[in-house]
Design a protein around this ligand. Structure first.
Ligand code: DCP
Ligand code: MG
Ligand code: MN
Length: 347
């Protein structure tokens, strides 16, 4: 799989992919339980439709594409035959469009969007004005102020430039830190929704990275690289801490960009590399594989002997034993999955 193919937007079936994406986004904004599964299956099918090298001509041909089932194949034929999807018309109601706009605010999900709509808000201006008694958290207020910046993706080059500023600042604090850029950047994407930076440190000299976020965030605020905080770590001195915020290049007119810092214990660096590289659908497939082999996989490691509550598989009755966590390769190996390079990890 070539990384360029994953993001090509000029293929012969691009118009089909675009229509399906439009429908998928409408389902994503709804509250129904079925909608999550629809979104998930469209997200698996759309990249394969984009990559498919020939113009799709028949139902049978569509069905052969990975991730395309009967229902999607029928939709593909409708797009081919009519140039459109009637379903988009039914789903695209005015209230849904407004709730989609609300869900573009950082930290706002379906529930809050629905609450704002039910309170009588019909625009972001209404929300800001507190129509219907709506109040905003500090992060939501920032989310509205920088709505366009936060919802746009940055060119890969800009993520690189920001990382090239931030990494040396981290290394000034402790030259033994390991600082990695993760997420869509590590997968080689041409554009990134945010910058994901993972930090860890080998503790062989008796020191760890615990506390780095406290010092790093201070330095980045002082140098005006980080501009707003969205979510501060519960404990910035913990070896496992997460920060979410906004940053920008120190050049006039530069836009705000989303940034995440993830610090992780040295022992779980392989599992964390795997998790934070994604993409999220690839991760889901790996977790599914792990669960079927009696393992449990998360950002800390691959665990064996986890006992789950049969009434609720989400509840672990014990945490099991860690069997791999230090390298990505070990985890792939134990799951019987051939190693995939980051840019191949798209499902
Ligand atoms: N992740 C996940 N499940 C989630 C959220 C995140 O598995 N619900 C993992 C996989 C992601 C990685 O964390 O690739 C980083 O999360 P991002 O939300 O930053 O997603 P990406 O970096 O992949 O894409 P984007 O360019 O939109 O930031
Ligand atoms: Mg990201
Ligand atoms: Mn992120």
């Amino acid at each position: 799989v070539d990384s360029k193919d994953n993001q090509r937007t000029d293929g012969p079936n691009e118009f089909i992919a675009k229509k399906l994406k439009e429908l998928s986004d409408l389902h994503a904004a709804k509250l129904g339980q079925d909608d999550h599964w629809r979104v998930y299956s469209y997200r698996k099918a759309i990249p394969n439709i984009r990559r498919y090298p020939k113009r799709i001509k028949s139902y049978e041909e569509a069905m052969k594409i990975t991730g395309v089932g009967e229902k999607t194949a029928l939709k593909i034929m409708e797009i081919i035959n009519t140039g459109d999807l009637r379903r988009i018309g039914y789903e695209n109601t005015a209230d849904l469009q407004i709730r989609q706009i609300f869900q573009g605010v950082y930290g706002v999900g379906q529930k809050t969007a629905y609450k704002w709509y039910a309170a009588g808000c019909r625009s972001l201006k209404d929300v800001k004005a507190g129509v219907g008694g709506v109040t905003l958290t500090p992060a939501q207020a920032i989310g509205i102020e920088f709505y366009d910046d936060i919802n746009d993706r940055m060119p890969r080059e800009e993520a690189q430039a920001l990382f090239d500023i931030i990494k040396p600042i981290a290394l000034e604090i402790d030259p033994k830190l390991e600082v990695h850029i993760m997420g869509s950047f590590r997968r080689g994407k041409k554009d990134c929704g945010d910058i994901d930076i993972m930090i860890t440190r080998c503790p062989s000299d008796g020191r760890t990275h615990a506390g780095i976020l406290h010092h790093l965030l201070k330095a980045l605020h002082e140098r005006k690289i980080i501009t707003e905080d969205l979510a501060l770590p519960e404990d910035p001195f913990d070896s496992e801490a997460i920060y979410r915020g906004l940053c920008h290049l120190p050049t006039p007119g530069s836009r705000r960009r989303r940034i995440d810092f993830l610090t992780i214990p040295w022992k779980s660096r392989g599992a964390a590399l795997l998790y934070y590289t994604g993409d999220d659908i690839f991760n889901r497939a790996m977790r599914y594989k792990a669960n079927h082999m009696g393992y449990s996989l998360n950002q800390k490691g691959l665990f064996a002997g986890v006992v789950r509550d049969p009434r609720n598989r989400m509840i672990k009755l014990n945490t099991g034993n860690i069997v791999a966590s230090e390298t990505e390769e070990e985890i792939f190996h134990l799951l019987g999955v051939p190693f995939q390079k980051p840019h191949e990890r798209v499902r």
